[in-house]
Design a protein around this ligand. Sequence first.
Ligand SMILES: Nc1nc2c(ncn2[C@@H]2O[C@H](COP(=O)(O)OP(=O)(O)OP(=O)(O)O)[C@@H](O)[C@H]2O)c(=O)[nH]1
Ligand SMILES: [K+]
Ligand SMILES: [Mg+2]
Length: 381
Amino acid sequence: MSTTVEKIKQIEEEMAKTQKNKATSFHLGQLKAKLAKLKRELLTPTSSGGGGGVGFDVARTGVASVGFIGFPSVGKSTLMSRLTGQHSEAAAYEFTTLTTVPGQVVYNGAKIQILDLPGIIEGAKDGKGRGRQVIAVAKTCHLIFIVLDVNKPLTDKRVIESELEGFGIRINKSPPNITFRKKDKGGINITSTQQLNHIDNDEIKAVLGEYRIANADVAIRCDATIDDLIDIIEAKSRSYIPVIYALNKIDQISIEELDLLYRIPNAVPISSEHGWNIDELLEVMWDKLNLRRIYTKPKGKMPDYDQPVVLRSTACTVEDFCGQIHKSILEQFKQAIVYGKSVKHQPQRVGLSHELGDEDISEYSRLQCRRYRPVLISPCV
Ligand SMILES: Nc1nc2c(ncn2[C@@H]2O[C@H](COP(=O)(O)OP(=O)(O)OP(=O)(O)O)[C@@H](O)[C@H]2O)c(=O)[nH]1
Ligand SMILES: [K+]
Ligand SMILES: [Mg+2]
């Protein structure tokens, strides 16, 4: 009996040998679905050879957490100490860090947890080293810093990305615009709002067949690939996480080389050792985390600008806000009075489900967003 890793290898080899054309698309769809199922099996802690995050995770604090992923000795721990003041052992030998080291940075009044993690190596997702436990921790973070050593080949970036992707992490991406609904009868019904250049109905049916799905509505609203469809079917094991590439050790390269690094999207060149460009890294981190600062205003008094209540954009209703202050507020809650861009009138009375600083704010440029302050609220009892 071959192991899951061996089975994955066999399928990958078969796919590499199979030319993509009309005659093979059904078969390729089947193979891709088989592959996705095997990979999920590999990542489920209960399966043989699996491994979750057991032993590596730490208690979560703050409003959001940021995990560091990178090869050994790229400077993750040096960056950790620089950002948080929390010492994490750094040294010139590989695998200095052996477990998760938590720290905290307070930025714009928000407490953000930083997780320094052990280095990973190529093949980590398939069980090499303790990479799987490490990536499992990163998968639960709200943001990942992929730390790279600028003295090393840039191909390292791709290797790390594929390690994360193989673990069900989708980098700087939103879920594909596909809705998928299983039914009891009626067969497979596929609709699309635009021309599909990467997949045809045969492939879609092959994938669904592999998952033993005989009745379903599939509505596609993007130029989807087979991988997109599989991501939707496997939605439970996918995490869409923003990534920043922290390109470390720029003290060892020339200005010309540095110019080239600035062209890489989502990258921030830094020197952890010298503390260079750490401010920009924090600014980009703040943008990517997409947090909302809500200032409280006691009745008849000035708002408190020093200690905002910070919410994530995925949980930023008045109810979430009240929950952050004190659960008892909810019991007495009638209406909240809100000033700011999320309301038409200044102030405006709103209910529990009102989203604070939601899309109204995101319509503004980043800079305005960062400067944006006037969301005030006072529970109206
Ligand atoms: N020149 C230079 N060296 C750095 C920089 N940041 C870290 N280093 C050095 O790189 C080596 C590895 O640093 P660590 O912080 O231990 O790297 P790590 O990624 O945490 O390593 P592991 O925990 O082993 O995975 C140390 O000798 C650091 O002094 C930097 O910005 N510039
Ligand atoms: K090291
Ligand atoms: Mg380290």
